[in-house]
Every structure is written in C-alpha cells, then in structure tokens.
Design a protein around this ligand. Structure first.
Ligand SMILES: [Zn+2]
Length: 109
C-alpha cells in the first residue's frame, strides 16, 4: 500500500451514481485504459460507460463532491501517522493545494 492520503479522491475510482454511499467503490484503472483505447480507435459507445456491479447504474468518478466516498483506510493511516509522530518535529509538504485550504492543515495542527 502506498502512503497517500487522497483527500479529494482520484480518477481511478468510481462510485455508484444511484447509491454512492451504499454500494462499493469500483477500481477503474483497467476499464479507463480500455475506454481510452476505444476512444482513440473511434469505437467507444454508451455500452462502455462503467456500471455499478450491484445495481447497474452508471458510475461517477470518486472525486470531491456530495457523492464522494473518502477512503477510510487512508483516513485511518493518516490519523495513525499523526498520532505516532505527534511529539516529533514534522515537515508537511502539501502539493497542489491552495494556502486557504485547511483539509490537511487543520487535522495536522
Ligand atoms: Zn449501485
């Protein structure tokens, strides 16, 4: 497992558009590659839209928004890291985040 905390999601996961919290997160890396190849070949159709395994609804990318499902393993790993090193001096690098965004800063402080 990588030591990432993707607090706003990523483009490799999909959530059910009808039941984002109830149905499982789908890992789309291979499917996205297939979609890219079909798009390049001009053979992409609506049938290629990724669907939920549990209900058949189209998947939405698991990105920040009202349907976003944060990765609880990453949340726990971040909390464990903060607790483990709470007495140490830490340098926290936030890449690609604005100065007013407190999503990482607040729990770290
Ligand atoms: Zn579903």
């Amino acid at each position: 497992m990588t030591n990432l905390f993707e607090i706003e999601g990523n483009w490799f996961e999909g959530v059910c558009s009808n039941h984002p919290a109830e149905h499982s997160v789908h890992y789309l890396a291979s499917k996205l590659h297939e979609i890219y190849e079909k798009d390049q070949a001009g053979t992409l159709t609506e049938a290629d839209i990724p669907k939920c395994d549990e209900c058949g609804a189209p998947l939405a990318l698991n990105m920040a928004g009202e349907d976003f499902q944060i990765n609880q393993k990453q949340v726990q790993a971040f909390q464990d890291f903060i607790q483990k090193y709470e007495d140490k001096k830490l340098v926290v690098l936030e890449l690609g985040i604005g100065p007013r965004n407190q999503m990482i800063k607040a729990p770290s402080m």
